[in-house]
Design a binder for this molecule. Structure first.
Ligand code: PEP
Length: 250
């Protein structure tokens, strides 16, 4: 049984005080961590204070990106070593905004995935429709190749911890979500690809999240689909009541 995972992606919103206040308010209202996992991906400067505020509440504090390099002359980058030291448990890698605005590629995401696994920070690997929709057009090898470029070298043991998200680029930040059937199809194809490359047993264990304009009204229909194990939520996660509503509706 895969544990649902609800992740807020705050992008470049909220300062330290706003982030910590949110954590302090939500931490006593979280669902049983044995039944559902909840996390917040915030700006790097807020993460250590959020980890401290979250304490042992089970709330996951997540980085939105990190460098593949261990340390060195990479001005402006955030190291995985530093994130691990700060108690950050997950890192989102390859988000569509990173790909679209900052030129990230499957190759650079692959390097970051490797580095995150080595440093003990669990990757949430973001994929979009270019890695999925091609299957619909009978290009299964293309999808297979794209996803496998990112996962290349990830061992059987490591793949079990990885979380994958499927976020059609046209649905992210657009106020227009994929209908649940399409969202399910994307997630199912990713699971099928994992099954072909690794095994059915592993594919059955991996959590795949849908992202793209999820809100309190549509989350249930999306998350009820068999291959969708949670949601990555941008805009609608910024407001505490809204986020709590989505957690309880999921
Ligand atoms: C996201 O940032 O990953 C996202 C899904 O944003 P939104 O929910 O605003 O579409």
């Amino acid at each position: 049984m895969r544990k649902p995972f609800i992740v807020a992606n705050w992008k470049m919103h909220k300062n330290v005080k706003e982030s910590v206040d949110f954590v302090n308010q939500i931490k006593s209202k979280l669902p049983d961590p044995n039944k559902m996992e909840v996390g917040i991906a915030a700006q790097a400067f807020a993460l250590p204070s959020m980890v401290k505020a979250a304490g042992n509440s089970g709330l996951r504090i997540i980085a939105q990106n990190a460098a593949a390099e261990y340390s060195g002359p990479y001005t402006g980058e955030v190291s995985l070593r530093g994130l691990a030291d700060a108690g950050v448990s997950y890192v989102m890698l390859g988000h569509i905004e990173r790909r679209r605005l900052f030129g990230e590629t499957n190759t650079s995401v692959h390097q970051k995935v490797q580095a995150a696994l080595q440093r003990g920070v669990t990757p949430i690997i973001c994929t979009d429709e270019t890695m999925v929709q091609q299957v619909v057009n009978d290009e299964i090898h293309y999808v297979f190749h794209q996803l496998m470029t990112v996962l290349h070298g990830v061992s059987l043991d490591q793949i079990k911890q990885v979380v994958i998200s499927y976020e059609p680029s046209w649905a992210v930040g657009a106020g227009q979500h994929a209908n649940p059937t399409l969202a399910e199809e994307g997630c199912r194809l990713i699971r099928q690809t994992i099954a072909e490359y690794y095994s059915y047993e592993i594919a059955d264990k991996i959590r795949i999240l849908y992202g793209g304009s999820v809100n309190p009204n549509n989350i249930k229909d999306i998350i009820d689909k068999p291959d969708i194990d949670g949601a990555l939520i941008g805009r609608a996660s910024l407001d505490l009541d809204n986020f709590l509503k989505m957690i309880s509706n999921a």
